[in-house]
Each structure stands twice: as structure tokens, then as C-alpha cells.
Design a protein around this ligand. Structure first.
Ligand code: ADP
Ligand code: MG
Length: 277
């Protein structure tokens, strides 16, 4: 895979949830969630299954309308902004995007250009450069002309990520972007996302259920439990055994990766005792 496109401009756009509440029927899924996403950083949203990570990302991308509170993008309520304007600032890759029927990888990735294109189906030079760069970064250029339906799960996942990258937004939200990938591509995608932040000033938020993957790569982490933020901060500050044990309801030992200095969590099996035993 290649590095992020060098031409992309540094443009900082703020994103924050303030007291956001959301329910499905009577079940309150987000409970007064406040989270300010740090610009130019890779933030991982981490928590158990069903804790509300995907729902929060949906609210941040205005797929859903909170019953209380506000999401602010670029300092303005996201719901007061035109869709095209939002789509130029923020791209989202949902956890289970609908399977596109009968289109090629190129066609899928080119859909990411919708907020930039003029006439439908006519690509400008800038569109083609962005599509090509996004496919190169995610290693899907070789499959450009193949139908998305005929790809492996991991190849398809990378094509979806390419679509989000082709949108060339300053803010990128990705829901479990590494879930279908083998270890090598998990690492390559995370390295790519880190590069987008460090070298291109992009703001990236990923929902991840894999705690160790998040701790190894994220600049900042937001811990989610039962629809609430349990803690948030720089990875090295927030990743304590006490936080992990409370959020995941397990006993863990915290080690240090000697090479990177990053925390590594080793869960204890039931019956192995708590932190002290
Ligand atoms: P996570 O991404 O952390 O696994 P989700 O945000 O997907 O969690 O889900 C949070 C809660 O909301 C879960 O209890 C889930 O069952 C519920 N939920 C999610 N989507 C819907 C829906 N469309 N209708 C009803 N309940 C939903
Ligand atoms: Mg989810």
C-alpha cells in the first residue's frame, strides 16, 4: 500500500457531542454523552458489544437525530447544515454497509466523490486522482475492475475504506474498520489511519471492540459502557487496569510493550482471580 495523498490540505474541523441522548423505543441507548474529538488525532471508541459505540458514531454523522443534546461539526449544530456541506467535512464507514449489487471496486470507491462531483458520472481530474490514491492506499487497485460482490470479506472491507478516503474529508469516522481483516491488513489500515492524522492533520475516529489493537495505535481513547462515557483521554493516561475492569467487567493485568511503551492488556480467565489475587 502507498502513503496518503500528499496533495490533501490540512483543514481542521471540530467535532463534538454535547449531552447527546438517544433511544430506540423505550431503551435509552445514549445517555447524555459528551465527547470532544481532538482534531488531528486518532481516537478509538472502545467498549463492550452493545455499549452504544455504533450509535454514537451514527449520531456524530447525523444518521440519527438525538432526542436531547447536540452534535457540533465545525462549531455549528450538524443538523442545521446542508448534507453536501456535511459530506465535504465528514465521511463515515458504517459497521455493516449494505452490500452493493453489480458494481465494480472502482465504481464503489468513486461513490465517495459524491459531495465533490458536479454532473453525475462525470469525473474531474481531481476526482480521478482522489479515487486512484484511495485505492492505492488501501491496496485495492489490482481489483479496480472486479465486482465488489466477488471479493473476499477483507478485500471488500478495504474497498469500503477506500470509498471513505476518496471523499477526502478532514474528519473520518470508521466503525470497526478492521473487523474483517487479517492481522497484516489490520496493521496496515491502522498505520494508514495514523499517517492520515500525523502527516495530513486529519481527524479520525474508529470504533473498535479490540482493546489491545486500540491501545497499540490510538492517540486517544473514549471508553464506553452502557451508553455512557466511562472515561476519555490520551491512551497512556486513560488505559489503567481499573478502567478496563470497570468497562469490560473482567480482571486484567496491564503489561507494557517494551518497544512502543504502549499498554497491553492480558485478561484473566474466570476463576483466575482479580487484580490482587
Ligand atoms: P456497539 O456498537 O457498542 O456494539 P450499538 O450502538 O450497535 O453498540 O448498540 C447499542 C444498543 O442499541 C444495543 O443494545 C443494540 O441492541 C441497540 N440497537 C442498535 N440498533 C438498534 C435498532 N436499530 N433498533 C433497536 N435497538 C438497536
Ligand atoms: Mg458497533
Amino acid at each position: 500500500m502507498h502513503g496518503p495523498q500528499s496533495g490533501s490540505q490540512r483543514q481542521t474541523v471540530s467535532l463534538a457531542a454535547r449531552d447527546v441522548t438517544f433511544s430506540y423505543g423505550k431503551a435509552e441507548i445514549l445517555k447524555q454523552v459528551s465527547a470532544a474529538i481532538s482534531p488531528g488525532r486518532l481516537t478509538a471508541l472502545v467498549g463492550p458489544n452493545g455499549s452504544g459505540k455504533s450509535t454514537l458514531l451514527s449520531a456524530l454523522a447525523r444518521f440519527i437525530t438525538p432526542s436531547g443534546g447536540v452534535v457540533e461539526l465545525d462549531g455549528q449544530p450538524i443538523l442545521s447544515q446542508a448534507s453536501r456541506a456535511v459530506a465535504r467535512k465528514l465521511a463515515i464507514l458504517p459497521q455493516s454497509p449494505p452490500m452493493p449489487e453489480g458494481i465494480t471496486v472502482f465504481e464503489l470507491v468513486s461513490r465517495g466523490r459524491f459531495p465533490h462531483s458536479g454532473l453525475l458520472g462525470l469525473w474531474s481530474e481531481a476526482d480521478l486522482v482522489a479515487i486512484d490514491a484511495a485505492m492505492a492506499m488501501t491496496g485495492v487497485k489490482d481489483f479496480a475492475d472486479r465486482p465488489v460482490g466477488g471479493l473476499s470479506g477483507g478485500q471488500r472491507q478495504r474497498a469500503w475504506i477506500a470509498m471513505a478516503l476518496a471523499q477526502e474529508t478532514p474528519v473520518l469516522l470508521l466503525d470497526e474498520p478492521t473487523s474483517a481483516l487479517d492481522l497484516r491488513y489490520q496493521l496496515e489500515i491502522l498505520a494508514l489511519l495514523r499517517d492520515l492524522c500525523r502527516q495530513h492533520g486529519r481527524t479520525v475516529v474508529i470504533a473498535l471492540h479490540d482493546l489491545n489493537l486500540a491501545a497499540a495505535h490510538a492517540d486517544e481513547m473514549i471508553f464506553f459502557r452502557q451508553g455512557k462515557v466511562h472515561g476519555a483521554g490520551a491512551t497512556s493516561d486513560i488505559c489503567t487496569a481499573a478502567v478496563i475492569e470497570a468497562v469490560f467487567d473482567i480482571a486484567v493485568d496491564v503489561l507494557n510493550d517494551l518497544r512502543t511503551g504502549r499498554p497491553v492488556f492480558v485478561p484473566r480467565l474466570p476463576g483466575e482471580g482479580g487484580v490482587d489475587g
